[in-house]
Structure formats: structure tokens, C-alpha cells
Ligand binder design. Structure first.
Ligand SMILES: [Zn+2]
Length: 259
């Protein structure tokens, strides 16, 4: 199992992140991507991956929520971070019109800048999209032929949205959203549409605690050692063999991030 999305720089992991990594190894998670969501924590994500070589890698980027913090030197700072071999993707970047913590116009500019950076450095992109599908796709499309690869992480969209992502050859990241029978109802139906070779698994921890953990941890904190719950749900809904799905999604992660 490979967890392609962990927010290990979150303050909720500050006290015990080494235990978190230990528990992840214990349940069979063989690698982790630490997500960078702004310049500061992309730096921190890099340090954590350097401290845990060959188990953790990181991304460098600015999440749409932080687009208003983008400054003139953000591009060159991210480029500098991404020159380290532990940084295996640009992002997370994209659009989030659900909460609009940053102005849509600014989000679009910052998204485009990071797509340009990914092309310049020949790195794949780690994408976020929430309630912004049409704008997101129209910005992304012209970059697709030039990009090394693209994964839409934490996919929570509709049937039509999924099909349009697959038409553009995107990889799809699946989180514990899949075990939420209410919010994840549509995703649970359409998950068999994703080709075997495009499927990636992630906890997006500490967020999105899988709802089928018994008993649910009192802290409500998600962590990479809960990835097996996601694997199980995905295998069940796709009617696939658990071990094979484990092997394939791990292989997909290694291929996608070139590690
Ligand atoms: Zn995200």
C-alpha cells in the first residue's frame, strides 16, 4: 500500500509523527507522499521526507486556499525546493470555489503558474479541485500534453466529472470519502469506472477519517495506518481482489512519482 496524500506537516501530527510513521509501516504502508500546501510547509514537507528517506517523499506547491499568499518570489522558491530529489511533484495546486478562501482570479493565476513550473521541471502535478470542475479543466487541458503526469487527489466529483478527467488521462486519488455512504454515495457507484492503472489511494490525513473504522478513534484524527480501510472499500466496490489491488495501486504510485 502506498499513501499518496498525507498532510504530515499538520499541527495535529506535530507531537507524534514518528509514531504515526511507525504504525503506517506496521500495517503495510510502504511509502508516503507528504503534501505541501504553501511555501512554508512545502519546505517542512521536504525536511520530513529527508529525515525519512526512501519512505517519505514530498510535493512542493500552493493550495488554492493559500493563493492569496502567493508572492513574486513564490515561483522561484518552489523551483528551488523542487530541485531536491525528495520532491516528486508540484502541488497541491488547483481551484477551490467551495470555500473561496482566496479570490477565484488569484486562484487561477496561482494554479497556472504552478502548471508552468511543473512543465519547466518535468514533474507531475498533484491537483485539488472542489466545486470548480469546468474552470479547472479548461485551465488544465492545454497543459496536459506537456505535463509528465497529473493526479486529481481526493476525487469527490460526479460521474460526468470523472469521465472528463479520465478523458484527459488523469490519475485519480481516492480517500476515505469512499466509505462515507452519504457524502460518498455517488463516488461509491462510479469507482469501477476508473481504470486499474489510473487508481491511487490516499488518506489525506489528518482529514477525512474513514467512517468504517470500529471503534472510531476519539480524536477523529485520520492517519496513514488507516489506509487499509480505504483499500478494502475500493476492492469491495470494484469487486476486485484485495491483494491485487494493493499491488497495482502501489505500482501506480511508484510509476506516477518515478520512485
Ligand atoms: Zn486537497
Amino acid at each position: 500500500m502506498f499513501d499518496i496524500g498525507v498532510n504530515l506537516t499538520s499541527s495535529r501530527f506535530a507531537k507524534d509523527y514518528l509514531d504515526i510513521l511507525k504504525r503506517a509501516r506496521w500495517v503495510g504502508v510502504t511509502g508516503i507522499i507528504i503534501i505541501g500546501t504553501n511555501v512554508h510547509n512545502s519546505n517542512k514537507a521536504l525536511s520530513l521526507s529527508q529525515e525519512n528517506k526512501n519512505y517519505c517523499w514530498s510535493t512542493a506547491g500552493v493550495h488554492p486556499h493559500y493563493s492569496n499568499k502567493w508572492s513574486e518570489d513564490s515561483y522561484s522558491t518552489l523551483r528551488c525546493l523542487a530541485n531536491n530529489p525528495e520532491v516528486v511533484a508540484i502541488g497541491e495546486c488547483g481551484l477551490d470555489f467551495h470555500r473561496n478562501f482566496s479570490e477565484p482570479k488569484q486562484q487561477i493565476y496561482v494554479f497556472q503558474s504552478q502548471l508552468e513550473l511543473a512543465v519547466e521541471l518535468n514533474l507531475p502535478v498533484f491537483l485539488h479541485c472542489r466545486k470548480a470542475h469546468n474552470s479547472f479543466m479548461s485551465i488544465l487541458k492545454p497543459f496536459i500534453p506537456k505535463l509528465k503526469g497529473a493526479v486529481l487527489h481526493c476525487f469527490t466529483g460526479t460521474d460526468t466529472e470523472l469521465r472528463s478527467c479520465l478523458d484527459e488521462n488523469l490519475f485519480i486519488g481516492i480517500t476515505g470519502w469512499i466509505s462515507d455512504k452519504n457524502r460518498g454515495g455517488e463516488l461509491r457507484k462510479i469507482i469501477p469506472l476508473i481504470p486499474y492503472t489510473k487508481l491511487l489511494l490516499e488518506t489525506d490525513s489528518p482529514w477525512l477519517l474513514p467512517q468504517d473504522i470500529h471503534p472510531l478513534p476519539l480524536s477523529k484524527r485520520n492517519e496513514p495506518s488507516f489506509l487499509p480501510y480505504i483499500l478494502q472499500q475500493v476492492a469491495f466496490l470494484r469487486k476486485e481482489d484485495l491483494m491485487e489491488l494493493d499491488t497495482q495501486t502501489t505500482l501506480n504510485a511508484h510509476k506516477f512519482f518515478s520512485i
